[in-house]
Design a protein. Structure first.
Ligand code: 8X3
Length: 260
């Protein structure tokens, strides 16, 4: 926790799910001695989070900003316009991502293909490229990329989502190799099923289908992943938790889910 004190953490997709929970875990672990840059499309949600943080952790500094990572020309300006005290980013959490639909190849809407690639792959790459010079300049910093079990094992109905997450993993591994002569850490997190808005988005708001994903299981929650991210980024500088697959105890693969 001491290692986190005074750090600046930039989280994309921070308005809900793993992004929001990770912010909360950083606040807890640092006892409010942290600076958070919370970016998402839904500014009203970020404002609510900021208001709550002001009450719960008065020492924390929070900057919120509207950012759609698919609007790739807005990423640099977003960073350039950060208030001075938030400019020296220490930890980047590339969390923004989504699955859209479960259609099979031949029936996938172009807007879903592009939606997933634009957010999960191009957005993540562009944000990383924009932040990396800050890390290189000080020869320090953590890049945390949210991939998925879907980036290790593809499954039917997930061709595009799985392809995007495989792309994230390849990008992340290349990046770690390129930075091997630096103190910049590249951390890849691969969650399995985590109960968030993820399934509501994947099933286009069909709550029954979304619920079924987690039915009769004890799923992971966003906080569990946030807790791990805090753990990974608060290790000794020389320790890189490079690549981690995280399941609930009920899950062993995309196909092995125990519903007792
Ligand atoms: C995790 C969700 O459906 O690939 O990204 O297990 S899933």
């Amino acid at each position: 926790a001491e290692r986190l004190a005074g750090k600046t953490v930039f989280i994309t997709g921070a308005s809900a799910g793993i992004g929001q929970a990770t912010a909360k875990e950083y606040l807890d672990a640092s006892n409010g001695h942290i600076k958070l840059i919370l970016a998402a499309r839904r500014l009203e949600k970020l404002q609510q989070i900021k208001d709550q943080v002001a009450k719960d952790y008065p020492t924390a500094q929070v900057h919120i900003g509207k950012l759609d990572v698919t609007a790739i020309d807005t990423i640099k300006p977003f960073l350039d316009k950060l208030p001075k005290e938030f400019q020296d980013i220490d930890i980047l959490i590339n969390n923004a991502g989504k699955a859209l639909g479960t259609e099979k190849v031949g029936n996938i809407a172009d807007k879903d293909i592009e939606g997933m690639f634009n957010t999960n792959v191009l957005g993540l790459i562009k944000v990383t490229q924009a932040v990396l010079p800050i890390f290189k300049k000080k020869n320090a910093g953590d890049v945390v990329n949210l991939a998925s079990v879907a980036g290790r094992e593809p499954y039917p109905g997930g061709s595009i989502y799985c392809a995007t997450k495989h792309a994230v993993k390849a990008f992340t591994e290349s990046l770690r190799m390129e930075l091997v002569d630096t103190k910049i850490r590249v951390i890849c997190v691969d969650p399995g099923n985590v109960e968030t808005e993820f399934s509501m988005v994947r099933f286009r708001g069909d709550a029954d289908k979304a619920k079924k994903v987690y039915e009769n299981t004890k799923p992971l929650y966003a906080e569990d992943i946030g807790d791990f991210i805090v753990y990974a980024t608060s290790r000794d500088q020389n320790t890189v938790i490079a690549d981690t697959l995280i399941f609930s105890s009920n899950q062993a693969s995309p196909y092995h889910i125990y519903r007792g």
